[in-house]
Design a binder for this molecule. Sequence first.
Ligand SMILES: *Cc1c(COP(=O)(O)O)cnc(C)c1O
Length: 488
Amino acid sequence: MRSHLLNDTTAERYRRSVADGVGRVAARLASVRSPFSGVTPDALRPEIDAIDLDRPLGDNDSALDELERVYLRDAVYFHHPRYLAHLNCPVVIPALVGEAVLSAVNSSLDTWDQSAGGTLIERRLIDWTAARIGLGPCADGVFTSGGTQSNLQALLLAREEAKVAEDTHGRRRLRVFASDCAHFSVQKSATLLGLPADAVVPVPVDRDRRMRPAALAAAVEGCLAEGDVPMAVVATAGTTDFGSIDPLSEVAAVCERFGTWLHVDAAYGCGLLVSPTRRDRLDGIERADSVTVDYHKSFFQPVSSSALLVRDGATLRHATYHADYLNPRRALTERIPNQVDKSLQTTRRFDALKLWMTLRVMGADGVGRLFDEVCGLAADGWRLLAADPRYDVVVRPRLSTLVFRYIPRDITSPAQIDRANLYARKALFASGDAVVAGTVVDGRQHLKFTLLNPETTVSDIAAVLDLIADHAERHIATENGGRLARAS
Ligand SMILES: *Cc1c(COP(=O)(O)O)cnc(C)c1O
């Protein structure tokens, strides 16, 4: 069994084994004709359940053969131009080189004595990102597993900072303000932090699904009038459903007026930080106290790759706990950089290396141009939808999301339109021809394209819209046929 351990004597075996695995993926990518096979959980589960985990196959080739059957054959492929569903990007090759290196060396970024240069590389990337945001000379941050964790940590810091106010004024309730379109991890974080269920106050949005600053100001004033503490405002720079960007400067002005922590959730919109033409859409983000960025959403990075940035690095102390065996207090005076002092995680992947390789090979502009392309594609797609009588389209995209709804030729009830749209999405998924997302807008079922693949074209969008219309019409015909048959 020692022959399976990676070391000096097995380096050649390592090279061949990993190359075999990479070869399987490469062959699959070359042959995939649709983003999904359409397999159902019921069809796939027996194949996976039938595998006896206590009887190993003994060699990589057999295990890879099996993996073809239970995973690679039916995986959902984000690189395919007709994968238009969630916030999953195709990944860039330099990042995959980084991924291969980081998992083999297996540095752990909690302490300097488990990572050495890895820690310094992560710190450079944090500084680089903070500078792109414009957070100033005291900024700091840390890589995280994703936007959910970044948001949780941001609210943890905000809560600890707000506790100062709480203590001086006696027990008061903490309140978090986020728009109706904010990510659900804001609510989840509040719960994890022990805040009551009603702690997150929803702020109304305008027609473009952007937080209304006047409504925010009124809500914060109401909170103060109740004797409560406005702990944080979460502005979203790129809502998950619409890609809408809250008016950051106006929201920042409200936060400055009331001394409230401003967190900007730019999990999706962070790609604009490197956009050569659209950076101004994030104007005001530099006034945030903390910012979430998900490189695995709009920097074409493999999961996981995210970071939390803060204006005042000292606030990260709220995540600092010392252990004699790991990061003793004296390490601080010895100026040993231990990233665990800033993180909610202990053992932590060197995910930063993927972004490092990407920037060193492609450069920031290279990434930004790719993100620009998908924003441009969304603008073209919006024009297509707006001109198409079969569809209602919700908001003009600021990023790369299109939300729309199929409207049948013959007038039917809104509920029937809901069912037709739901059905079209399911039928499309089952066919594997394309994958699209769904969401509810103003109580009605809608469909959603999240465009993150520069290889997707306007004709792909047009073709998928035709497929959706076909499925929806078929469903309506079946429902109406059934009704006619019952009536006769
Ligand atoms: C995706 C998303 C998140 C959550 O990020 P994960 O990386 O999936 O944990 C948070 N906020 C917004 C706006 C998002 O789009």
